[in-house]
Design a protein. Structure first.
Length: 124
């Protein structure tokens, strides 16, 4: 949740030559519906990059990487599905939350112990 889904892909033609005129997109799909999508940016040498914001999302998705280009006057398309799991933010911070809770519990116990100790007067 909130972590961007980053993808970099090299698009080539059937001879392996880099395609610099392709259209590349990344779609996040859940239950057959497109949840989010973004167009990739050509960085040079046929390398395309996309960073899809996943804020507010968690669960299992299919990321669909789609490229299309004109080669020799004909249009070609390629789709690559990628399974993706987006975890809720609280799962990433669970160990830190547990340590914080333990620290608070220790502090409360220490305060109660010291308070009780001050109330007990030595007999003499």
């Amino acid at each position: 949740e909130g972590e961007p889904l980053q993808v970099a892909v090299k698009v080539t033609d059937y001879t392996g030559a880099a395609l610099t005129n392709a259209t590349v997109s990344l779609q996040l799909i859940s239950d057959g519906n497109v949840v989010k999508s973004i167009s990739a940016i050509h960085k040079g040498g046929g390398i395309y990059e996309a960073s899809l914001d996943t804020a507010g999302l968690s669960g299992s998705f299919k990321a669909l990487l789609r490229s299309s280009a004109l080669i020799g006057g004909a249009s070609f398309e390629k789709e690559v599905p990628i399974p993706v799991t987006i975890r809720p933010a609280w799962e990433r911070y669970l160990p830190y939350m547990a340590l914080g809770a333990i620290g608070i519990a220790v502090a409360v116990i220490a305060v109660l112990y010291l308070t009780k100790r001050k109330r007990v007067k030595p007999s003499g």
